[in-house]
Design a protein around this ligand. Structure first.
Ligand code: NDP
Ligand code: ZN
Length: 355
């Protein structure tokens, strides 16, 4: 069997390069070779916060654009040589959960998340994609494969936050956390027609990019309670929606205190530690305030990728302001991932180009 190299979680708190066999594919699957890769904060939760439990020698990564190398006998729409968008979430489309509209949970809670969780991720010379016809999308010529990596996870996750918040024309929305996920939530809110968008984060670079994506106000959580800061600006009034793309379990408390009766709190943050989330009883209307709290793993799937990519093809979304650190060697993945863990002030997202 042919061998390949990959960047893996070796143990809790430990990453390193390993060799493995090149994955074999089934009749519906594809074997791909990455064109560009990016580490995710979720990889950091997995390795350094132990969020998924133990994993030995699991190749990390779920953000890639790629070239198809081989396809199974039943794959209809992709062939070797095709350039593709690869979503981080690759559901089993025949599962009942997928038929119910929650493909992210095909076969059980979060089971649509396969790369770097249930099987080796994309940080290898090659990687395996299940159900290629349902899970891959053709990469339009107009999109640079480096930019296309943001379609794997950052764009669909941020936009999912805005979708779940049901952002409507004129809404006042608070986006808590403006790393790459929150920035794409800001962009999604702006595209959905939000009126006022508060972007919460402390790093100046992220605040500047948030304004570019449509934020009207920035709030630094290190300057004091964000509820007080935002309510002061709003003359004491609550907001319509809150999207959580950063913070911790206690941030839900702030979200409930910010949102109006009937408002929506939409979490896309990966809660890597702790057992419980506290909801303030009185601010939640004693349980009767019609405040909805929802949270979701990003939807994958070919259709979603094709539609989101049109925003880039037709100039409505430019992901390049987020790509602050660019590398050009496979080996650079390791410093890029460590950078994602340490979050230097000028970092939004590192990306590694391999072509
Ligand atoms: P970053 O770490 O880059 O961004 C986090 C943001 O939260 C920063 O703006 C940070 O501010 C801000 N923040 C930190 N602490 C607080 C606080 N106490 N109050 C308010 N804001 C705070 O993360 P990413 O954007 O890369 O990812 C965000 C989350 O989304 C992660 O948990 C990630 O795992 C998750 N995720 C979820 C997915 C899904 O499908 N639902 C998919 C992909 C990722 P600053 O740094 O400026 O101080
Ligand atoms: Zn991710």
């Amino acid at each position: 069997m042919a061998r390949m190299k990959g960047l893996a979680m070796l143990d809790f708190d430990k990453i390193g390069w390993i060799e493995k066999e090149v994955p074999s594919i089934g009749p519906n699957d594809a074997l791909c070779r990455p064109l560009a890769l990016s580490p995710c904060t979720s990889d950091v939760h997995t390795v350094w916060e132990r969020a998924l439990g133990q994993r030995h020698d699991l190749i990390l990564g779920h953000e890639a654009s790629a070239e198809v190398i081989e396809v199974g006998s039943l794959v209809k729409d992709f062939k070797p040589g095709d350039k593709v968008i690869v979503p981080a979430i690759t559901p089993d489309w025949q599962a009942v959960e997928s038929q119910s509209g929650f493909s992210q949970h095909s076969g059980g809670m979060l089971n649509g998340w396969k790369f770097s969780n249930a099987k080796d991720g994309v940080f290898g010379d090659y990687f395996h994609v299940n159900e290629a016809d349902g899970n891959l999308a053709h990469l339009p010529d107009e999109i640079d494969p480096v930019d296309a990596v943001m379609l794997s996870d950052m764009v669909p996750t941020g936009f999912h936050g805005a979708d779940n918040a049901e952002v409507a024309y004129g809404d006042t929305v608070v986006v808590v956390g403006i790393g790459p996920v929150g920035l794409m939530a800001v962009a999604g809110c702006a595209l959905r027609g939000a009126g006022r968008i508060f972007a919460v984060g402390s790093r100046k670079r992220c605040q500047e990019v948030a304004i570019q994506y449509g934020a009207t106000d920035t709030v630094n959580y290190r300057d004091g309670d964000i509820v007080e800061q935002i309510k002061d600006t709003m003359g004491g009034k609550p907001v319509d929606k809150v999207i959580l793309a950063g913070g911790d379990n206690d941030t839900f408390d702030q979200a409930v205190r910010l949102v109006r009766p009937g408002g929506i709190i939409s979490n896309i943050n990966y809660l890597g530690t702790g057992d419980y989330i506290k909801i303030p009883r009185v601010d939640w209307g004693l349980g009767m305030g019609h405040i909805r709290i929802t949270g979701g793993l990003m939807p994958g799937g070919r259709k979603n990728m094709e539609y989101l990519s049109r925003l880039m093809v037709y100039g409505r979304l430019d992901v390049s302001p987020m790509l602050t650190h660019r590398f050009d060697k496979f080996e650079d993945l390791e410093p890029a991932l460590l950078m994602m863990k340490d979050k230097p002030a000028d970092l939004i997202k590192p990306v590694v180009k391999l072509y």
